[in-house]
Write a protein that binds this ligand. Structure first.
Ligand SMILES: Nc1nc2c(c(=O)[nH]1)N[C@H]1C(S)=C(S)[C@@H](COP(=O)(O)OP(=O)(O)OC[C@H]3O[C@@H](n4cnc5c(=O)[nH]c(N)nc54)[C@H](O)[C@@H]3O)O[C@H]1N2
Ligand SMILES: Nc1nc2c(c(=O)[nH]1)N[C@H]1C(S)=C(S)[C@@H](COP(=O)(O)OP(=O)(O)OC[C@H]3O[C@@H](n4cnc5c(=O)[nH]c(N)nc54)[C@H](O)[C@@H]3O)O[C@H]1N2
Ligand code: SF4
Ligand SMILES: [Mo]
Length: 753
């Protein structure tokens, strides 16, 4: 074993040694199957699916001499339609990233967060982890162990943690992302929008984007359909404080005051209802609570909304008429990251109700009925143990409509005495909690309270630096995972199969979970030999041909009708059996049964609301170390309104490229970042790309680049209905970066800090 060494040195120590761990590699039998070999100079084409983001497009990997030469979209796969987004094409930048985690790491003498580790064998690392988890189970009960997981490979670990007997299994994709939307739509239609979303961008004749910045937000199929729809003459309305890429293509851009969307939505409804521009037959037939809605919006005039939103009344009227003129093929895009201001479920409700007025749910060009292929689960003979209730809310009555565990709540419950019992161990799979939970200081404080923390990752992200044990997972191109059968407008079954053998001493997640189970006395929960046996069992049980699936990567099924135009009979699994315009369940819980506008806090003098979003070629912070993708974008900048920049208090004239720092309401100072002075944003907010400002030493390319929005998100507003953490509630002032700021960033860049 090596002596105590720095994370980064360990990364470098074994770089370039593509050790093949043949014994543990499990294939679908690729080498034996000639159908994979098109015969072009020995190049093989192996289908699998992407994990550069969570859309999971079908990939055709071209492999020559054991190396991936290129990644292309699988034409047969409904989510890629033959194309990948730039990130997916750049997947080799992850596979061959020299900074990858290469071998298990154990923190011995150093303190948590110091990023000092020793290399270890799998045997040692797994023994230690199982042992520590066993101690926590024994002393505090299995519920004191929490799993945070994001990404498709997390399925193996969810299964393992359920076997342990903990309910505290959470993902930031709920309370930090689409939770409010799912609950808002569920309350209205009896179902959420899901992922991939149940929307028909392709056939929409008018698309309204409320924040949702398609084109920067690059979910492949949505962007392809968006481009096609626009090419076919669809109209576009964009509501965004920022002139987004999509706004550049829009018929109308409404530069709304941040946090006031509910007012605009109510005023749009006012115009559409008062002027009888809604789908009268559809509402009569399918909706409940129209009378209450009509009363509710009676005084929500465009003039009322003007004062709140900053959008002229004539423009509100004109856009309401415009949007409704295309009904029912007028799509109000439901958005995805909807954790903005803490009133997010209500905003999602307002969007869902507007969509109902347009008659677009269950109609072509609106929201579609989806279906899913029936693939039986693995026939486990073991059932999961009983357990205490989850710990993510201080009182069980809080956030009554949360239907998943809140990652932020589990983090809070780690601070002793906060909830009904304390969390004592974390296992973190594929989520960089330091960047994705609000208030990273709170996250770090919680981590210090733990008896044990382990992370399973592909790169030495910040969360790894805070862990006691770090396990290197093989990337998505090196492993077989669970089979995937999502709800979608066309049902399909996709498999992820390894296209090359695992590099270094990395292991697939299924193997790690199975080995941990073995060491925890839970091997009965993993009765299969490997993930291939498991996957093949499920595929065969569903009546599909494994060989065909292996060849094509995907089997597309016959779907149910997606809309009334295809013969769909609309039905709703709400309590009323109708679309709940007025929500009795919300009223019964003491919440507003119809969305009410709540004013956002005003910015303190001299400060700007901090907004953030996506770069087209990156996924959060997870691709910022990808040298391939960074050929296109390798830094973030802060957008500042041009008028504001002409005379900024304490700064003077600010020009594009000037180096600044952002200081938030709690005095947190960002890393230096370049200003982008632009007319394309309102004067009351600034905007930056999320995912930059890495501090992890092992990310030798990403560290010290750009500034972190996450560090500035020290405040958040919790949605009282479902516990989502509204994060657009922080304010910053702008200062010029000092020499000390730059020196600090240089130290991080050089790996010294
Ligand atoms: N390239 C790329 N694509 C991605 C991702 C990625 O990391 N990279 N991540 C994926 C994931 S997980 C998600 S959740 C989605 C997120 O994608 P979206 O759901 O589109 O993201 P948001 O962060 O909600 O929206 C950001 C936009 O909202 C605007 N905005 C901010 N405040 C307000 C407001 O008060 N009102 C209005 N109307 N607009 C406002 C911002 O100016 C910005 O344009 O993207 C997905 N797609
Ligand atoms: N401040 C702020 N916070 C946010 C957001 C924001 O815009 N701003 N966005 C929110 C949203 S919408 C979401 S969805 C969440 C997302 O937040 P996260 O779930 O943290 O998503 P990523 O940043 O993609 O982090 C993924 C981690 O998984 C690792 N990883 C990548 N591939 C694999 C793999 O195959 N196996 C394993 N084991 N690990 C892998 C990466 O190295 C990285 O450490 O963040 C939320 N939090
Ligand atoms: S949208 Fe892009 S990154 Fe996401 S899965 Fe598809 S190709 Fe991969
Ligand atoms: Mo997300």
């Amino acid at each position: 074993m090596l002596n105590r060494r720095q994370f980064i040195q360990i990364g470098a120590g074994t770089a370039g040694v593509a050790a093949l761990s043949g014994a543990s590699t499990n294939w679908w039998g690729l080498d034996k199957n000639p159908l994979h070999d098109p015969g072009t100079e020995g190049e093989k084409i192996i289908p699998t699916f992407c994990e550069l983001c969570f859309w999971k497009c079908g990939v055709l990997a071209h492999v020559k001499d054991g190396r991936v030469t290129k990644l292309k979209g699988n034409p047969a796969h409904p989510l890629s339609l033959g194309k990948l987004c730039p990130r997916g094409v750049g997947g080799t930048g992850l596979l061959y990233d020299p900074d990858r985690l290469k071998t298990p790491l154990i923190r011995r003498q150093s303190k948590r967060g110091e990023q000092l580790f020793e290399e270890a064998t799998w045997e040692e690392a797994l023994d230690l982890m199982a042992n520590k988890m066993g101690q926590v189970r024994e002393k505090y009960g299995p519920e004191a162990i929490a799993l945070f997981s994001h990404g498709f490979g997390g399925a193996w670990f969810s299964h393992f943690f359920k076997a342990i007997g903990t309910p505290n299994i959470s993902a930031p994709s709920y309370a930090q992302c689409r939770g409010p939307r799912e609950v808002g739509y569920y309350l209205t239609y009896g179902q959420g929008c899901g992922s991939p979303e149940n929307i028909d961008i392709e056939n929409a004749r008018c698309i309204t984007l409320i924040g949702s910045h398609l084109g920067e937000n690059m979910h492949n199929t949505q962007v392809q359909e968006f481009a096609d729809a626009m090419a076919n003459g669809a109209q576009l309305v964009v509501v965004d404080p920022r002139f987004s890429t999509a706004a550049g293509k829009a018929r109308y851009w409404l530069p709304i005051k941040p946090g006031t969307d509910i007012a605009l939505l109510l005023a749009w409804m006012h115009v559409i209802i008062i002027e009888k521009r809604y789908d009268i037959d559809y509402i009569d037939k399918h909706a409940a609570g129209f009378t209450e809605l009509r009363e509710h919006i009676a005084d929500k005039t465009p003039e009322w909304a003007h004062v709140l939103t900053g959008i002229r009344p004539e423009l509100i009227r004109e856009t309401a008429r415009f949007i409704s003129s295309f009904k029912p093929a007028s799509l109000i895009h439901p958005g995805r990251r909807t954790t903005w201001y803490g009133d997010d479920t209500q905003r999602a409700r307002a969007m869902a109700i507007l969509a109902a007025l347009l008659g677009s749910w269950g109609r072509r060009g609106g929201y579609l009925n989806t279906s899913k292929l029936d693939v039986p689960g693995f026939p486990y003979t073991t059932s999961y143990p009983e357990h205490r209730p989850q710990v993510d809310r201080p009182k069980p009555s809080l956030y009554p409509l949360a239907d998943e565990v809140l990652a932020s709540g589990v983090c809070d419950a780690t601070i002793p005495g906060t909830s009904s019992y304390d969390i004592k161990a974390w296992v973190v799979y594929g989520t960089n909690l330091i960047q994705c939970l609000p208030n990273p200081r709170q996250t770090k404080k919680a981590i210090q309270e733990l008896d044990f923390i382990a992370s399973i990752d592909v790169l030495p992200s910040e969360i790894c630096g805070w862990s006691d044990v770090v396990l290197p997972e093989s990337t998505y191109l090196e492993r077989c995972d669970e089979v995937w059968t999502p709800d979608y407008k066309v049902p399909f079954l996709a498999v992820r199969q390894p296209v090359v053998e695992p590099m270094y001493n990395s292991k697939p997640g299924w193997w790690i979970a199975k080995e941990l189970a073995k060491r925890s006395g839970l091997e009965d929960y993993f009765p299969w030999k490997d993930s291939v046996e498991y996957a093949k069992f499920r595929v065969t049980a569903a009546g599909y041909d494994c060989d065909e699936l292996q060849r094509t990567g995907v089997i597309v099924g016959q779907g149910a009708p997606t809309c009334e135009e295809e013969g769909l009979a609309l039905s709703f699994s709400t309590d009323s059996g109708k679309i709940d315009l007025y929500s009795k369940p919300l009223a019964a819980l003491g919440f507003d049964p119809l969305p009410q506008y709540t004013p956002p806090d005003e910015a303190p003098a001299g400060m700007f609301r901090l907004l953030f979003g996506r770069a087209p070629v990156h996924t959060f912070g997870r691709t910022v170390n990808n040298r391939f993708l960074s050929l296109i974008t390798n830094d973030n900048e802060v957008w500042v309104n041009a008028k504001v920049a002409r005379d900024l208090t304490g700064v003077g004239i600010l020009k594009t490229g000037d180096r600044v720092v952002l200081i938030n309401q709690d005095g947190v100072r960002s890393e230096p970042i370049a200003a982008k002075v632009t007319e394309r944003i309102r004067g009351d907010c600034v905007y930056m790309i999320h995912g930059y400002g890495h501090s992890a030493k092992g990310l030798r390319f990403a560290r010290g680049r750009g500034a972190s929005d996450s560090e500035l998100v020290t405040q958040y507003k919790v949605d009282p209905i479902m516990g989502g953490t509204g994060m657009n509630v922080n304010f910053v002032r702008i200062e010029r970066a000092t020499q000390a700021d730059e020196a600090g960033a240089t130290r991080v860049r050089e790996g010294a800090a």
